[in-house]
Design a protein around this ligand. Structure first.
Ligand SMILES: [Zn+2]
Length: 373
């Protein structure tokens, strides 16, 4: 009798923890479709198989994200990016040689999202009404339920001039991270030095006017500080880990985390291995040798919860398709569907059902409700 009871309890635990709706705060789906030439409507096996022998990207044959795997993992909503960098001739980072080319790249990415909408694979979520309808739809999803996406721009270089923002808002852009890696036209990103240029201050003003969300991920410390002072609207960090766990300027220090919590922000924990364990060496370290797993994602989640004193400010911003795959992700994540292991992990660490729901989906959803009401 006792045994059966324990089994039933276990089953119930599995039911509540294994079929949790997941909202992922950061994916680069269109970049994968267009620059990696991945048909994300195909199975992960098909996509990996089609990349045999290819050497042009570090993550060939190791991709973990496609639409069928998102459905399998009940990732019903994500923040999906447009991304295209402009680089001056002195900048060694890969990128476009003019903002106009970068803009055109993002328009191609937009066209891909729209093409996914036309075949019912995805649906753009851009206001309170579409959000609530989508949440209802995902209470009982079918194999055909479209995956929702909130359109975000990672690095604002492609915004030719601030006047383009309104146009972007009209096709659905709802969040901007002004910087990415290196120096940017509007803000300085990871590893870059210096503060916000005048263009960046104008961009933030216009974002405030339009009601866009500011994504502070990738801003360097000086721009992070200036942006928070200037910008009045809703702020999130779509994919960011903690500097106390892995010391690097890409990560948020505790003071920044506190500041974000005061702004009612949500911080999405990223699953890029180099941001999860110290001293990761790109192309050399492996998830196995460095023992990278969802355990470190938990440590980041827990650190933010401990600072906040609650579970309302952290979530998932996996970045699982951000130019890396299995070779640079947690060893217990074969595909994005394995995000469903997190609820169970959080549960074994003593997190309550409510806390787990907050972290897996509720915090992003409630953030959007606040931002859009
Ligand atoms: Zn990204």
């Amino acid at each position: 009798m006792e045994d059966r009871c324990a089994r039933q309890n276990n089953k119930r635990l599995n039911e509540t923890t294994m079929t949790q709706l997941i909202v992922d705060g950061h994916l680069d789906l269109a970049m994968n479709a267009l620059e990696w030439n991945r048909d994300l409507t195909q199975s992960i096996e098909t996509i990996r198989g089609s990349e045999q022998g290819m050497q042009d990207k570090p993550d060939r044959m190791n991709g973990t994200v496609c639409l069928p795997e998102m459905r399998k993992g009940k990732v019903g909503l994500c923040v999906a990016t447009q991304i295209a960098r402009y680089v001056e001739t002195t900048n060694p980072l890969p990128g476009w040689k003019s903002p106009h080319q970068a803009w055109a790249m993002t328009q191609g990415q937009m066209a891909w999202y729209q093409a996914m909408e036309e075949i019912g694979q995805m649906i753009q979520i851009n206001n309170l009404d579409s959000l609530e309808k989508h949440m209802k739809l995902w209470e009982e999803p079918s194999a055909e339920t479209p995956i929702g996406y909130i359109l975000s721009l990672e690095g604002a270089d492609s915004i030719i001039s601030v006047s383009y923002l309104e146009r972007a808002y009209r096709y659905g852009l709802r969040a901007i991270g002004p910087a990415h890696y290196g120096p940017g036209r509007y803000a300085q990103g990871t590893n870059a030095t210096g503060g916000l240029p005048a263009e960046g201050r104008d961009l933030l003003k216009e974002m405030d006017q339009l009601g866009l969300i500011l994504d502070v991920s990738h801003l360097n410390d000086a721009c992070f500080q200036q942006a928070l002072e200037l910008f009045q609207g809703p702020v999130w960090a779509s994919h960011n880990n903690c500097r106390v766990l892995v010391p690097h300027n890409r990560q948020l220090d505790d003071r920044q985390i506190e500041e974000l919590i005061q702004r009612d922000a949500v911080i999405g924990v990223a699953l890029d291995a180099w941001m999860m364990v110290p001293e990761w060496i790109r192309g050399k370290s492996t998830p196995q040798t460095m023992n990278v797993s969802l355990e470190q994602a938990f440590q980041n989640i827990d650190h933010i919860c401990q600072i906040a004193g609650n579970s309302r400010h952290t979530a998932i911003g996996s970045d699982l398709d951000g130019a890396f795959g299995k070779e640079q992700g947690p060893q217990d994540v074969n595909t994005i569907a394995d995000l469903q292991k997190l609820p169970g992990l959080l549960s074994t660490k003593g997190y309550s059902k409510r806390d787990i729901e907050n972290i897996m989906s509720g915090n992003w959803i409630n953030f959007l409700r606040r931002a859009w009401s």
